[in-house]
Design a protein. Structure first.
Length: 462
């Protein structure tokens, strides 16, 4: 400061009534030692080490402490800067504080007790001073020490800009239907002020029980998930977004859907012969007998326009149906049930007869077909009857053809016939294979016929 301070003091005294004279902010920078009576530390403190060494000399400690500076404060985060006469403290071209006040000797101002120094505005100095500027751990100005004179400086740092807190939230979970049981989901995150996404966790539940879980590791603001339902039920899909601000979820990030029970239509038909509901009965020639028919809805939906058709073998004549339903035409009974509720059964009785003797069993087959049930027909059942032969005649199994025939009892030949009609049960068909296997099967079958004939004939003589 030297002569500059002296000249400035004179100027201050001469204009006390009109204000303080200011020097330009770009005044000459003073970086040399000030060895004069205005310096707090004679000849200044050009380094922190020098400031620490001179702290407890003379009245320096009291002066520094009055400015809130202890010896322990003379270490840490210091940077080189400039204190300007207009009150600015500048470091690397940036103003880090304003309204600077310094301690100095003989420049007026507020007296510092026990010392010859006063607190005074830096406007009292005549030039810009190089300084050591102290900052806290957050880079905020604390104080400065002018190097040429060792004068401590306090100032007001600019207001701390409030940094908005990071914000993260689950914005939405969208749901796209791919099929009745399949859905595609997209979770979207909202991030502000530096918040970050780490991952997304999707959880699927069925009727309240967890059935699937998938974590998608990504830093993107969206993630997708495809889920396939396993059968009917109430499904809920939720997502939790793992962020730098914690786990984020909520009602906006939960979706639900229902897979309804699939209709299972079904129909069945049963047929019996006679009052005792048998599958087989011997009936008299030209004697009326009955068939019992039951149509059952075995599914879980009402059936409409259910068609029932009953067609007997030739030789059986259908006469009537009770209760009256449908029509008998060309010896076939046909009836359409307009509606058959779930679990409902419709029962019909058909009256028939065999007008004349026919050898063997006569089959009567009834079938049912409902439009709602796949297939045509949906179900069939049958019952069998036969009639006794005319007196003097017998039914036998013809061993050469395995057909049941009627012959005069006197024509019976045990080498050709069997009175055991079960011997005419149709042999099980052999599977079709290649030519060689087919030939072997034919030979084997012929051998079987021969053996059977021999065995049956031999039984007649046992």
């Amino acid at each position: 400061m030297k002569g500059k301070l002296i000249a400035f003091v004179v100027a201050v005294l001469s204009v006390a009534t009109i204000g303080v004279t200011q020097l330009p902010a770009n005044a000459a920078l003073d970086s040399t030692r000030d060895c004069d009576q205005y310096a707090v530390v004679y000849c200044g403190t050009m380094s922190l080490q020098e400031a620490r060494n001179k702290y407890n000399q003379k009245d320096h400690a009291k002066i520094y402490q009055s400015m809130g500076i202890s010896l322990s404060d003379l270490k840490g985060n210091f940077k080189s800067g400039v204190v300007y006469q207009d009150g600015r403290v500048v470091v690397n071209g940036k103003t880090v504080a304003t309204g600077a006040v310094m301690a100095a000797r003989g420049l007026g101002g507020s007296q510092i007790a026990g010392t010859s120094a006063q607190k005074v505005s830096v406007r009292a100095m005549g030039s810009a001073q190089t300084a050591m500027v102290k900052f806290d751990q957050n880079g905020r100005f604390l104080f400065a020490i002018m190097k040429p004179c060792g004068n401590p400086v306090t100032a007001t740092p600019p207001p701390v800009e409030e940094q908005p807190e990071p914000v993260a939230q689950c914005k939405v979970l969208s749901q796209q239907k791919l099929s009745d049981t399949r859905r595609r989901y997209e979770a979207v995150a909202t991030l502000k002020n530096g918040a970050k996404v780490r991952s997304y966790t999707f959880v699927a539940t069925k009727n309240g029980t967890q059935v699937d879980k998938k974590t998608v590791s990504t830093s993107k603001t969206n993630a997708t998930y495809v889920f396939t339902a396993d059968g009917p039920g109430e499904y809920k899909i939720s997502v939790t977004i793992h962020t730098s601000e914690g786990k984020k979820s909520g009602a906006r990030c939960t979706k639900s859907f229902t897979v309804a029970e699939v209709d299972q239509p079904g129909v069945a038909i049963e047929k019996y012969v006679g009052e005792s509901k048998q599958k087989y009965q011997r009936v008299g020639v030209n004697v009326e007998y009955t068939y019992q028919i039951r149509v059952l809805n075995t599914g879980d939906v009402t059936l409409k326009n259910v068609k029932v058709t009953d067609t007997p073998d030739q030789g059986v004549t259908l006469l009537s149906v009770s209760p009256s339903a449908g029509t008998i035409s060309n010896n076939t009974w046909a009836h359409t049930i307009k509606s058959l509720a779930v679990g409902q059964t419709k029962t019909y009785t058909l009256t028939a007869k065999v007008p004349e003797y026919l050898a063997g069993k006569l089959t009567n087959t009834v079938c049912v077909d409902a439009p709602e049930v796949p297939g045509n027909p949906d179900d069939c059942d049958d019952a069998e009857v036969d009639v006794p032969p005319t007196p003097g005649k017998i039914e036998v199994c013809e061993l050469s053809t395995f057909n049941i025939i009627t012959i005069e009892e006197s024509a019976y030949d045990s080498s050709k016939h069997s009175k055991d009609l079960s011997d005419c049960d149709t042999p099980e068909e052999l599977p079709e294979t290649g030519p060689v296997e087919t030939m072997l099967q034919v030979v084997g079958a012929m051998s079987l016929v021969g053996s059977s004939a021999y065995y049956i004939a031999s039984r007649r003589f046992i």
